[in-house]
Design a protein around this ligand. Structure first.
Ligand SMILES: [Zn+2]
Length: 145
């Protein structure tokens, strides 16, 4: 029993890796022999893992929040996205216009490709719209604002 009392303060040190190698070996040997101290050690380790996870997670989230979710970032992101899409669609329309109207030859395959390009643009817009809807619905974002 006296032996267990001696090892008890060392259990926390073992979890925090604050023991000398000799002490760590000593404690480990006792843990191998003693089921009671092993149970103590397991519960201490669980508790300290929980505390560690909480204290690690909270400031981390806080920092991420201020870095990535300032009030204006939503608008900045959306307007940037809108400009990219508008530029891209405009360019495609221009190329298609040049290509279809100004070149000669068989029109049908070019119309087919033009329709496919439009279809792609529509799919892209739809995917973006869905993302924006999700963003708006996200309850956590509402709380932040
Ligand atoms: Zn013991």
């Amino acid at each position: 029993m006296g032996e267990c009392e001696k090892y008890k303060p060392l259990l926390m040190g073992l979890i925090d890796q604050e023991l000398t190698p000799e002490e760590a070996v000593d404690v480990n040997q006792h843990l191998n022999r003693c089921a009671k101290c092993r149970a103590d050690y397991e519960s201490l380790r669980e508790t300290s893992a929980k505390i560690g996870a909480v204290s690690f997670k909270e400031p981390g989230d806080e920092i991420l929040e201020t870095l990535w979710n300032p009030p204006y970032s939503h608008f900045t992101r959306l307007s940037g996205l809108a400009m990219v899409i508008a530029g891209w669609v405009g360019l495609i329309l221009y190329i298609l216009y040049e290509w279809i109207v100004k070149s000669s030859g068989n029109l049908l395959p070019r119309i087919g490709i033009a329709v496919m390009a439009f279809g792609f643009v529509i799919l892209l817009c739809n995917a973006i719209r869905e993302r924006m809807v999700k963003y708006k619905v996200d309850p956590y974002k509402e709380v932040v604002r």
